[in-house]
Design a protein around this ligand. Structure first.
Ligand code: HEM
Ligand code: HEM
Length: 184
């Protein structure tokens, strides 16, 4: 029997400080990027936020690498529930993995699509620029932006599911799961 299945179900050891910090920083950036993305996609004039969407999205792609490294190095807390919550845990892990994967794919797609659409140099922060990775091809660029749109919808659904699950734990199961992301 593994350690996890012999654990006391009431145990609440949390994530490491590094994991908690990066979780909340990335969560805030993600929500910002999604909101601005939909404003952009729906023809709103967002000014500076247009550049910030792309720069923050790219930063998320860099941070997800840092996060995967931190996750590998820091000892994750044991699952909250054991035995009878198998399906729930599989669902949570699946959503987490899909979030990690989309944080890598979506910014790359956005970058590729922007170059293909015709914008060569994409401003990043600190006066830096993302170098072009693709040649201009307007038709293909529009197609790629459409994929960016659909993946954006899918990611939004993932984030809503994830936040919804956190709220369920808080107010329906009342098991204080949130504390694992707030303290060690
Ligand atoms: C703002 C609302 C959010 C709340 C309340 C929240 C809450 C939580 C909680 C409580 C956990 C720990 C689950 C457990 O102990 O089993 C967690 C894990 C996680 N969250 Fe969030 N989260 C939020 C936003 C986000 C966003 C926007 C993302 C997307 C980047 C995200 C990505 C993740 C990932 C990948 C994990 C798994 C950590 C791991 O084990 O690697 N969260 N979240
Ligand atoms: C995690 C990172 C990202 C997320 C979640 C995200 C999400 C989104 C969403 C939801 C939209 C609205 C799509 C629509 O309704 O048409 C959008 C639009 C857009 N995104 Fe991103 N994006 C990310 C990163 C990037 C990056 C890194 C770039 C470029 C370097 C980029 C470039 C664009 C562009 C150019 C649009 C506007 C499309 C239009 O005007 O029709 N995105 N993004």
């Amino acid at each position: 029997m593994s350690e996890a299945t012999t654990m006391n179900a009431g145990e609440t050891r949390g994530y490491s400080r590094a994991m908690r910090t990066i979780h909340w920083v990335m969560a805030a950036m993600m929500i910002y990027v999604i909101i601005v993305g939909f404003l952009m996609g729906n023809g709103f004039k967002v000014g500076k936020h247009y550049d910030w969407h792309r720069a923050t999205g790219f930063l998320l792609m860099m941070l997800v690498v840092v996060r995967v490294i931190i996750a590998k190095l820091s000892k994750p807390p044991l699952p909250k529930h054991v035995g009878d919550k198998g399906l729930q845990q599989t669902a949570a892990i699946t959503v987490h993995r899909l979030l990690y994967a989309s944080l890598f794919i979506q910014p790359f797609l956005g970058w590729y699509a922007t170059n293909t659409w015709g914008v060569k140099n994409i401003p990043f922060f600190f006066g830096l620029t993302l170098p072009p990775i693709a040649e201009k091809n307007r038709e293909w660029g529009n197609q790629l932006l459409e994929y960016h749109h659909y993946l954006g919808l899918f990611i939004t659904a993932l984030v809503i599911t994830h936040i919804g699950a956190a709220l369920m734990h808080q107010f329906v199961f009342k098991d204080d799961l949130i504390k694992r992301m707030l303290k060690t």
